[in-house]
Ligand binder design. Structure first.
Ligand SMILES: Nc1ncnc2c1ncn2[C@@H]1O[C@H](COP(=O)(O)OP(=O)(O)O)[C@@H](O)[C@H]1O
Ligand SMILES: Cc1ncc(COP(=O)(O)O)c(N)n1
Length: 274
């Protein structure tokens, strides 16, 4: 009997399937990792935006965490949408008792512009969850919020990654360049050196869930025992293929293609822009 690695995502939902828990579980499966999930908030959203959010009661989130952690301890954990201070404190108290590799995607605002984390929590995440992280994967606005200065270049992204590690206490940080100009370049700092992960930038509006997909792939690789640098390399390839072979679903910012990597080498699909 072969033993499969397992990974846990603690996040909000996306009934349209492109982001949040639904995206994470698809990516875990694609990376041959057994996926588990704890839901923090139920979100009524689609490719057009967020229509409504219901946070689950804190004691019920705790019951879900205890149910999973006491029965099938994962080899890696990721958090996505953790909207409130209470939720951050709960998750931090559980993860502080473990040594499981932990990826934080500090989800703050959806691609549609809707807020997924309240303003106070954006400050509190720095002191609660970030110090526990193996890797933090902020996009540019999230990194700016974490470090308190603006990022317009790869050099400023490097500075931000360094602050997240050396001042906020994460083991490593990848500042993603999806929101910058030019190539889609992400900067990793692991406490000793910087690594650059570069890909062509594709002209597409189907970027709903890119951050979730990237961080879930990194989590899956850490669960399999890969190093941080190896995991980010796989995550970058995985998200690039997921963006490169879009599905053209929905009427807004469509989801990425979570099996895009299987199409590697084929001509890029034609987008059907609606
Ligand atoms: N248009 C694009 N073409 C290629 N890669 C992209 C594109 N947009 C984002 N990426 C990549 O997707 C990943 C997620 O980045 P980003 O979109 O910035 O995150 P988020 O979803 O958190 O805003 C990063 O590796 C980034 O470089
Ligand atoms: C529940 C949930 N979590 C995260 C995102 C962010 O998605 P993106 O990766 O497009 O910023 C989202 N829209 N919904």
């Amino acid at each position: 009997m072969s033993k499969v690695a397992s990974a846990l995502t603690i996040a909000g939902t996306d009934p349209s399937g492109g982001a949040g828990i639904q995206a994470d579980l698809k990516v875990f499966q694609e990376r041959q990792v057994y996926g588990m999930s704890v839901i923090t908030s139920v979100v009524a959203q689609n490719t057009l935006g967020v229509q409504d959010v219901q946070h689950l009661p804190i004691d019920f989130i705790e019951k879900q965490l205890d149910a999973v952690l006491s029965d099938i301890p994962p080899q890696a954990v990721k958090t996505g949408m953790i909207a409130t201070v209470e939720m951050m404190e709960l998750v931090a108290s559980k993860l502080a008792k473990t040594t499981i590799p932990y990826v934080i995607d500090p989800v703050m605002i959806a691609k549609s512009g809707d807020s997924l984390m309240d303003i106070t929590s954006r400050q509190v995440i720095r002191n609660t969850l970030v110090p526990l992280a193996t890797v933090v994967t902020p996009n540019v606005p999230e990194a700016e919020s974490l470090v308190g200065f603006e990022i317009h270049s790869n050099q400023e992204a490097e500075n931000a990654a360094k602050v997240i590690v050396e001042e906020l206490g994460a083991k490593a940080a990848v500042v993603k360049g999806g929101h910058l100009e030019g190539e889609a370049t992400d900067v990793l700092y692991d406490g000793s050196s910087f690594s650059y992960f570069k890909a062509d930038r594709y002209e597409t509006k189907h970027t709903h869930g890119t951050g979730c997909t990237f961080s879930a792939a990194i989590t899956a690789e850490l669960a399999k025992g890969k190093s941080i640098k190896e995991a980010v390399t796989v995550g970058k390839d995985f998200i690039t293929d997921a963006i490169q072979y879009p599905l053209a679903l929905g009427n807004g910012y469509g989801p990425t293609n979570h099996w895009g990597y299987r199409l590697k080498g084929l001509p890029q699909q034609q987008e059907v822009l609606k």
